[in-house]
Design a binder for this molecule. Sequence first.
Ligand code: GDP
Length: 468
Amino acid sequence: SDFTDQLGRSLEGLVATVTDPFSDTVVRLGVTGLSRAGKTVFITGLVANLMDRGRMPQLKAEASRRIEAAWLQPQPDDTVARFDFEGHLAALTGDDPHWPASTRSVSELRLSFRVQPEGLFSGLMGTQTVHLDIVDYPGEWLLDLALLDKDYATWAEETLIRMAKRPQGAEFLAVARAEDGALAHDELRAQALAAGFTDYLQAARAAGWSDCTPGRFLLPGDLVGSPVLTFAPLPLPATQGRGSLWREMERRFEAYKAKVVKPFFRTHFSRIDRQVVLVDVLGAIHAGPQALEDLRQTMADILKAFRPGRNGFLSEILMGRRVEKILFAATKADHLHHSQHAALTAITEALVREARDRAAFAGAEVAAMSIASIRATVEEEVPQGDSSLPMVRGRLLTTGKQAALYPGELPSDPARLLSPARQGAERWLGADYAMMSFGPARFTRRPGEGPPHIRLDRAAEFLIGDRL
Ligand code: GDP
């Protein structure tokens, strides 16, 4: 029952305080999602609102006034870039508000809270310090996990097959098929092939395809130009002698796995307690059925990282640790009137259902939500005949002018939406959606109030509420 739960928790808390009064709680929250999903804006909006808390009524610790203070502190990891919270917040809330630069690599930020503990013996315990370590990293890097199970020949073949299904792949495919991997390795050839392959990945990403691995080809960080990023998929030649181009490509692929993929999982991923996966569901719906299907498959692949049992390497580095809670959040919900939010959440749930079932998450608690990390619009009902159209109004990035737009109907039946029979047929979301690049709204910041958002407080309650 609730009472025994609460009693149990209070006793645990009391025992912990008496036995070790100086131990602080540390929660490591991973924030990921494919490029442009909204990670940077999410962390900025979340931290600003957790610091100010005037717009966080659904965060229970705040509603019960138990959070006494929240402040930024030096992070525990000295060699990881610090998330540029101040710079990003200034971009969003300055006189000329604009979207900040997106996530390119891994970064970290520590937010600490002083909280009055909850429960029966709280009076005896004094205040408690909780550190929230937020780790921002590209979702593309999680997809690289699948590479660990593959040798170069298999990976190259699969990648070339995938490329054949995408118009952006035609050019590289022709080059790769014409290449003779049995010839002696030539660095300039290798560079040209890697550049062509990278161009394809970039074009595919821009066209809305989700799986554009290897992850570092799109987000190379300081590895740009290094041999681990100078390879490309080639068809298997009849012979693969020592010193051949094919052999060198194979060697670099293996180096990418050992020196790029594995260290990321070991240093960053293995220490995460809670995870939020941000998904640009609206963007994929707009791009059409194929892009949505691609996103669904990519989410299933991303989630394999959360099912360590199936992966020898992961089970080994995790040693029984696991992510306790995972939130899937459809971002940019401020493009829709609230009457359409339930439909967006239902689509998000359908989108990750298979992934979630297949992953069977060994006890992790999972939820789906529609959010806006920084709300750029206001709602407006525009009369149309007998009824009215639920629109959103904001400042268009293109013209700088205010406009009220209606993005169109969301597909109503999420299950059918994702069924193979619908592939390739229609486009969803009306023409207005294509124009909906709103800039962040100018707002006058009142003391104690973070930037406007939608459901960030619910997201925070799900992710860390039990630790505050
Ligand atoms: P990242 O690549 O995952 O770090 O993505 P960003 O956080 O940089 O977000 C990418 C873009 O999505 C931003 O530049 C905005 O245009 C848009 N965006 C992100 N979050 C929101 C939001 O809450 N509301 C709106 N309207 N747009 C958003």
